[in-house]
Design a protein. Structure first.
Lengths: 66, 193, 545
């Protein structure tokens, strides 16, 4: 599940932001944008995964590697 | 000059009227929804007028308070205003320490700044009347400048309380009679000693 | 067996017939039952605090009182509201999409993680008096002079459980919307993704030939609210990991300096995340639920569907940019954030919520005359709750008003409790009444309509009354996170306490009515494995209207 990996990365990124950003409005706004974009990417991977699974099931030979 | 009692009295009246209007509206709707009658939806003009009213109320409130509530403009512009007096106050270990004499003596109409520093936790700085009503407040965040510019226009004696939770040890953080305002024509009838 | 005992055990007119239920029907009910029990716990805690605010109770000291105040909103939001919403949406997503849920196992794991996490987090307060409040203002959660390490670690373990349950839910919801079930014709995953989160709607604004929406309106609301839920879970998890790092440092004898974290910056990021619940997913989910309920109750299409979709998208974007209204009393906060995010963007919530109220009421109006059913009356109660609470929030999100209202009982009473107890909870009760026949395949008949009516009136009057009296105390200077020893606000607090008792009695009546309807055996059977093995929401060939 790439989604889970990306979510964990975003959580780690959040921790890094909490430790590193000091009194910078721009950095705060950029951090928020990064988390939003990152999460949309994470959700988009679910669509990608669904697309790939559908392709594989419509083409069982390819998916089984036969 | 309007103070918190005036502003909150207005809020009490306005919000109570509003609350009864919406309760009546829903009651009217609930009664009529069970009865047969005209069923058409709202015309676009009604919808867009309604939205326009919401926009006007939502944003208009802020313009209204900017021009009628005295502390809004001087809070927003306090970095450009030279204060007549600055009081330094420190919060540490759930204690409030005021630098200099207590009570802090303030002359009527003076622009005073309460410069409050926290050396450990997040606290609050609130000024309260003797009857418990709040005059003003701000958060006291460690590592940040916490400066509140205020102008008193009524004589009175005020208490300071922490308005933010800082753990069970901070449940009763208060300095009684910490501020004394003198020299005004008018007396704060809720805060006299 | 007496008729009372017979009914208590087996329910009204035979109670719940669980044999024909699908796994998803059972899982949804598991969520709802646990959610209601946690609601009862939160209500009980609320009542203890109400009594303590009238006159401090001798057996409760400060650390105990504030530990109750810490777990009360967590149990109420995550243990109750989240649980009921998760159960409803995990069922409704496949039901409305007319496709099987992606994973029954993940759905089942979600409620277990949520329930266990909430319980463990509650234990941190109950056993160890860990009490940094839900706000967790830095560096209070790592103040080892006031709180024990074991209490803190227990709390964080509980929060981790809740967050895992939340992420499992988000994955399952999105995957269900986007995947192609085995044996089905390939689903357009990317197109569904764009439609669900609102990109298609946004592009339609610039297109001459508008594209048709692939997901129904309630699914659009569920998706957009779930985005906010995911973002919120990331922020809470990040704060949790940060706090855990300090705990581990303390545990291994290497005390970390709390000044490494900027308290104001932390407050900004944390409130940005928290607000995605209060001003994001709650408002979006509630609007979506109102639309669905209005369509189901009226049997008609939603009035002004396109506007409703646009408002849902706007609400999502607004929810990302309003957090600064929580920091209007923080003098270190830049003025630009206070004015733009705190005042102006927040004012948009009046508009988005106003649109939801308008569209829901007009949709119902077009179907008159309607029977005043339980679902309709609770829906109207929920709408009234938000009509009262949202303007109260807009008022306090003003630089003039916030200076004299921040952290007073006005905020937590007139705004928060009216929004949650009257607005959100009554909407959830309406959804429960709508879903009960669908989830039970029409096998249960409500034990007592009189009790349902009594529940409605006690809850409505108690909720509005409690908010009103707390608000009045707040306007007279009563703080929200303080204890008053000398009965300073006792008149308001007695009145608020009476209203709180009405809420508690209302819940007891509702619970009794539901137990007598379903029966204790029926409730136990919900937790037994389903006899039908399917990922479909409802049993095959048994579509329930």
């Amino acid at each position: 599940m790439i989604y889970a990996v990306l979510v964990l990365l975003l959580i780690a990124l959040g921790v890094v932001f909490l430790f590193t950003i000091k009194k910078s409005l721009i950095a705060l706004i950029l951090a928020i944008i990064a988390i939003i974009v990152g999460y949309f990417v994470a959700v988009a991977t679910i669509a990608k995964e669904a697309e790939a699974e559908a392709q594989a099931s419509s083409n069982p030979e390819a998916s089984s590697g036969a | 000059m309007a103070d918190s009692i005036d502003v909150l009295s207005t809020l009490k009246v306005v919000y109570t009227i509003y609350a009864w209007i919406v309760i009546s509206l829903i009651a009217w709707f609930a009664y009529n929804i069970t009865r047969d009658g005209r069923k058409e939806g709202a015309k676009p003009a009604i919808f867009y007028t309604y939205i326009a009213i919401l926009v006007v109320i939502g944003t208009g409130l802020h313009f209204l308070t900017y021009h009628t509530v005295p502390w809004v403009p001087y809070d927003l512009n306090r970095h450009k205003i030279t204060p007549d007096k600055v009081f330094h106050i420190t919060y540490k270990d759930h204690n409030i320490t005021i630098e200099g004499e207590v009570p802090m003596l303030i002359h009527c109409g003076d622009r005073v700044v309460f410069d409050v520093k926290s050396e450990d936790l997040t606290y609050g700085f609130g000024i309260f009347r003797q009857n418990g009503t709040m005059v003003t407040q701000m958060q006291v965040v460690p590592g940040s400048r916490n400066d509140l510019l205020w102008i008193f226009d009524k004589n009175g004696v005020y208490n300071i309380k922490s308005t933010e939770y800082s753990g069970p040890k901070g449940a009763y953080m208060e300095v009684k009679d910490a501020i004394r305002v003198i020299g005004c024509m008018e007396y704060d009838r809720y805060s006299m000693k | 067996m007496s008729s009372f005992l017979e009914r208590l055990m087996n329910g009204h007119e035979g109670g719940l017939k669980h044999e024909g239920m699908t796994p998803m029907q059972k899982i949804a009910l598991r969520f709802v039952v646990i959610g209601l029990l946690f609601y009862g716990l939160a209500a009980l805690e609320g009542m203890i605090m109400r009594l303590h605010e009238i006159k401090p109770l001798p057996m409760i000291d400060e650390s105990h009182f504030f530990s109750i105040m810490t777990v009360h909103p967590m149990v109420g939001i995550f243990g109750s509201s989240y649980m009921i919403v998760f159960g409803a949406f995990l069922f409704l997503t496949p039901y409305l999409m007319k496709k099987p849920i992606y994973s029954v196992k993940l759905a089942d794991l979600s409620w277990k993680f949520m329930a266990a996490g909430t319980f463990i987090m509650w234990l941190a307060g109950f056993l160890f008096h860990y009490a940094p409040l839900y706000t967790l203002y830095w560096p209070l959660p790592v103040d080892f002079e006031q709180f024990s390490l074991i209490g803190g670690i227990t709390y964080i373990v509980g929060v981790v459980g809740i967050m895992i349950g939340t992420f499992l839910f988000t994955y399952n919801i999105f995957k269900t919307i986007l995947y192609t079930p085995p044996g089905w014709e390939k689903q357009p995953s990317w197109e569904l993704f764009k439609s669900a989160i609102g990109i298609e709607g946004l592009l339609n604004f610039f297109r001459r030939r508008k594209k048709e929406h692939l997901v129904p309106l309630p699914i659009a609301a569920i998706s957009r609210g779930t985005i906010d839920m995911g973002l919120n879970a990331i922020v809470i998890s990040s704060a949790g990991v940060l706090i855990l790092i300090y705990f581990l440092g303390e545990l291994f004898g290497a005390s970390l300096k709390d000044t490494w974290v900027d308290a104001l910056l932390y407050k900004n990021i944390f409130w940005w995340g928290l607000d995605l619940i209060a001003d994001g997913l709650v408002l979006i989910f509630v609007a979506g639920t109102w639309y669905l309920l209005a369509m189901l109750i009226s049997g008609k299409d939603l009035f002004m569907q396109n506007i409703a979709r646009a408002a849902l998208f706007l609400e999502m974007v607004v929810s990302w940019t309003v957090w600064s209204h929580h920091l209007m009393s923080d003098q270190g906060q830049p003025n630009v954030l206070k004015v733009v995010s705190g005042e102006m963007v927040t004012a948009f919530e009046l508009i988005t919520q106003g649109i939801a109220v308008f569209i829901t009421l007009v949709t119902l109006w077009r179907a008159r005359p309607l029977k005043m059913s339980n679902e309709l009356k609770f829906l109207l109660g929920g709408i009234l709750g938000f009509m009262l609470a949202v303007p109260a929030g807009i008022i306090q999100a003003d630089l003039g008003m916030n200076r004299i209202l921040h952290n007073t009982q006005w905020i937590i009473g007139t705004h928060v409790h009216v929004a949650i107890l009257v607005g959100l909870t009554m909407t959830l009760y309406s959804a429960i009444y709508v879903l009960l026949p669908i989830l039970t395949n029409n096998s249960v008949k409500l034990y007592s309509q009189k009790l349902a009516n009594l529940h409605f009136w006690l809850h409505l009057i108690g909720g509005i009354g409690m908010g009103a009296f707390m608000g009045m105390a707040g306007m007279d200077g009563m703080l929200r996170r303080a204890i008053y020893l000398n009965g300073e606000y006792s008149t308001y607090m007695i009145l608020a306490g009476i209203c709180g008792a009405m809420l508690l009695v209302a819940f007891a009546l509702f619970l009794y009515n539901i137990v007598m309807t379903i029966g204790i055996n029926g409730l136990i059977n919900i937790y037994k494995p389903a006899t039908i093995q399917t990922n479909e929401a409802i049993p095959p060939q048994k579509e329930v209207q």
